[in-house]
Design a protein around this ligand. Structure first.
Ligand SMILES: C[S@@+](CC[C@H](N)C(=O)[O-])C[C@H]1O[C@@H](n2cnc3c(N)ncnc32)[C@H](O)[C@@H]1O
Length: 353
């Protein structure tokens, strides 16, 4: 059971991460404004009351993160789980990469990918520099920096947001009465570098985990992070989430974190249909992604700036899309949604006939 000292350590750590993220972003924005004022992103002002509301909802997120660890949903050690030395060593690379990112942004180059990428292996929408990041999702260099960049973007709250899908996931799996006599399979779609799988493994150490992603480099990075722990290694599969190489009904749960906003609307709907197909009747789907206009209208300026600063070609469509509608159309029932800081979490069930 986590104690008061651990709680204090967690709060201090999160405050430190938040300050570092804010300082990094402030410094890089000012530097870009100085070096290339004509091409600095034109952001909209964020009113003081919105900043205050953001701060309050981040505090609520961290309080809930602590509470759920204390209740035993996942071990408190997960709250401190990060490759600190590794990130410290990689941090200078984030700065060294910055001029290339600025250059790409100012020249509106959004398809600046490694020359050895075989375009026919990927859907067209994927072949872009999401967030203006070097090589898009298609190099080991990009995979090595991704977690740190996300951590900075969310002021250290990326994992607390990912963990919000654990409660509906664990609750959803209770439907399988025979769960003690067989190993349940949980698929994480668009698993990236494996941060979500690490959270799931903390909450469900007995489950058989599978991660799917289109990027071989990101899966290699996931393999590296996940093999640092003395657990069975998840099965990592390179494939398109629109056509998953799994038999229908072969998973008891599917999760998908921070993918939907990077897909065109039709692909978003197709991925949800695929999630439905691979689930066993009774199985649960849990999604986590950016908040949307309907649930968080007060954060509209923040959503607008995200789109203006980062290359996010489908974000404007995503924040107005009806995800619950897509889930129901795919066949899901008991669809529910909840908001935590900048993340919306949805769950739905493939009802047993
Ligand atoms: C924003 S990252 C999120 C990664 C991870 N879920 C996380 O929480 O950090 C989006 C991921 O989706 C993957 N991706 C994008 N489109 C995909 C598709 N059609 N099929 C499979 N993976 C896809 C990318 O390669 C990338 O790893």
């Amino acid at each position: 059971m986590p104690d008061l000292v651990t709680k204090l350590a967690y709060q201090t750590l999160q405050q430190g991460k938040s300050l570092m993220g804010l300082a990094h972003k402030e410094l890089s924005t000012r530097l870009m404004g100085l070096l290339d004022p004509a091409n600095a992103p034109r952001t909209v002002p964020v009113p003081l009351e919105v900043l205050e509301s953001l701060r309050a909802s981040m505090e609520q997120l961290l309080a809930l993160d602590w509470d759920e660890a204390e209740q035993g949903l996942y071990p408190a050690s997960l709250l401190f789980d990060a490759p600190w030395l590794d990130w410290a060593a990689r941090y200078p690379l984030v700065w060294l990469d910055m001029p290339a990112i600025w250059n790409r942004r100012s020249q509106r180059k959004v398809r600046d990918l490694p020359s050895d990428v075989r375009a026919e292996d990927y859907p067209g929408y994927y072949l872009q520099n999401f967030h203006h990041q070097t090589d898009g999702y298609l190099s080991d260099h990009s995979a090595a920096l991704y977690d740190l960049q996300v951590e900075i973007l969310f002021n250290g709250s990326a994992d607390p947001m990912r963990r919000r899908m654990l409660q509906p996931l664990v609750r959803g799996l209770r439907a399988f009465a025979d769960r003690s006599s067989r190993q349940l399979r949980v698929l994480d779609v668009a698993t990236g570098t494996g941060r979500t799988l690490r959270q799931i493994r903390g909450a469900l150490p007995e489950a058989q985990l599978v991660g799917l992603d289109l990027s071989a480099s990101y899966l290699r990075q996931a393999n590296r992070w996940l093999s640092q722990q003395p657990h069975e290694l998840p099965q990592l599969v390179q494939a398109n989430a629109e056509q998953m190489p799994f038999a229908g009904g072969s998973m008891q749960a599917v999760t998908c974190v921070f993918l939907l906003h990077e897909l065109p609307r039709e692909a978003r709907a197709t991925v949800l249909q695929e999630c439905f197909r691979v689930l066993e009747p009774g199985g649960v789907l849990v999604l986590a992604d950016s908040v949307q206009i309907a649930d968080s209208p007060q954060f509209m300026p923040v959503m607008e700036n995200f789109r203006r600063v980062f290359h996010e070609p489908y974000y404007r469509d995503y924040i107005a899309d009806d995800i619950e509608g897509h889930m129901r159309a795919a066949g899901f029932e008991c669809v529910a949604g909840e908001t935590h800081f900048m993340t919306r979490v949805w769950s739905g069930r493939k009802v047993a006939l």
